[in-house]
Design a protein around this ligand. Structure first.
Ligand code: GH3
Ligand code: MG
Ligand code: MG
Ligand code: MG
Length: 313
């Protein structure tokens, strides 16, 4: 028997660790006007290690979807005052919600409803009454496929950390959130010092091992809410939520000390150490992502100018 818990086992091998999306657990939203059903499903899914939110109508579902990031939604069709169909429109119009995995959970066992839901973007359709085990298996399958797809689309294959595409998508959402609930957030732009020399002296393979080693060292020294991404060749970016520029500089200073003191890679009995230069910039209202990244990049360039192996803000 497959349980939703097994999803967690896959994720623990995830080299990238947590993200700005946060938790390793899957977060589900149940949209249904049937309180008894919601309570039952919430209890079962929580036992299967999911984080579950409930909405009794379309309006409150929209509010939750704006404020949180979900891995999957179950949607009832017959609800008041708006039917479940109204939520499809809302999801379709938001690029960040357009591909959110969705299972219709409806008492309507009607061909037209089923076809219409799939056309509108549903991934699955389960009719009530249903067995919990079947729904859980369908949720599991859908989450697994989504995770695999995300892994391919949003991870850097060499280091396992997020790629720039994911960073751009995620940071846009995070800034939207901060405009509503103000909090400091800082960005770090990292560039390895004299990396070309490592490649030229020891070969590209050692260069790759160094990139993997640095990505790992950065990841394990960051908080699960921080977002680390490989930005380009030997460049990484980190978004640190709830962190002022001073705090971000202190964090990076301590990480740079660790990088300096520990070999980041080993190959054929030889160990390899590096340093990096980093620029830090705090986000301010009205700043675009491009402006923010450019500011951190400029600070990184200053760090190079001042002799490398340092953090500049
Ligand atoms: P600086 O301190 O000024 O940053 O010098 P640098 O040598 O690090 O900078 P430069 O931009 O001259 O060189 C970056 C090198 O990174 C050049 C490129 O071949 C290498 N590189 C980019 N991506 C990869 C990769 O995936 N693997 C390896 N091994 N090398 C890479
Ligand atoms: Mg209903
Ligand atoms: Mg560079
Ligand atoms: Mg460099």
């Amino acid at each position: 028997e497959i349980s939703v818990t097994e999803i967690q086992m896959d994720e623990q091998q995830d080299p990238g660790g947590g993200s700005l999306l946060g938790s390793m657990k899957s977060r589900l939203l149940l949209v249904d006007d049937d309180e008894v059903l919601r309570n039952y499903l919430t209890r079962r899914l929580q036992l299967d290690d999911c984080i579950v939110d409930e909405a009794a109508d379309v309006e409150s579902a929209m509010k939750l979807l704006r404020e949180h990031t979900y891995d999957l939604v179950t949607l009832d069709l017959m609800m008041h005052p708006q039917s479940g169909y109204e939520l499809f429109e809302f999801l379709k119009e938001d690029p960040t919600l357009k591909w959110l995995p969705l299972i219709v959970l409806s008492g309507r066992n009607d061909l037209n409803d089923k076809v219409r839901c799939f056309h509108l973007g549903a991934d699955d359709y389960v009719t009530k009454p249903f067995q919990y085990e079947e729904l859980a298996a369908r949720i599991y399958g859908l989450l697994k496929r989504t995770k695999n797809f995300e892994q391919l689309a949003f991870r850097d294959p060499l280091t396992g950390v997020f790629n720039r595409r994911y960073f751009d998508l995620q940071i846009g959402m995070e800034l939207q959130r901060i405009e509503r609930y103000p909090a400091p957030i800082s960005l770090v732009f990292i560039d390895i010092d004299c990396f070309k020399r490592i490649n030229d002296t020891y070969g590209h393979h050692v260069g790759d091992l160094v990139l993997q080693g640095l990505a790992h060292l950065l990841q394990v020294n960051l908080r699960s809410t921080d977002l680390l991404a490989r930005f380009g060749g030997e460049e990484f970016v980190i978004a640190l939520p709830n962190t002022t520029v001073e705090q971000a500089v202190a964090t990076m200073q301590s990480i740079l000390n660790k990088v300096r003191l520990n070999a980041v890679a080993q190959y054929e009995g030889q160990t390899f150490s590096i340093t990096f230069s980093a620029g830090v910039a705090e986000w301010h209202e009205g700043m675009t992502v491009a402006e923010w990244v450019a500011k951190a990049d400029d600070a990184m360039y200053q760090a190079k100018q001042q002799g490398r192996d340092r953090i500049v803000s």
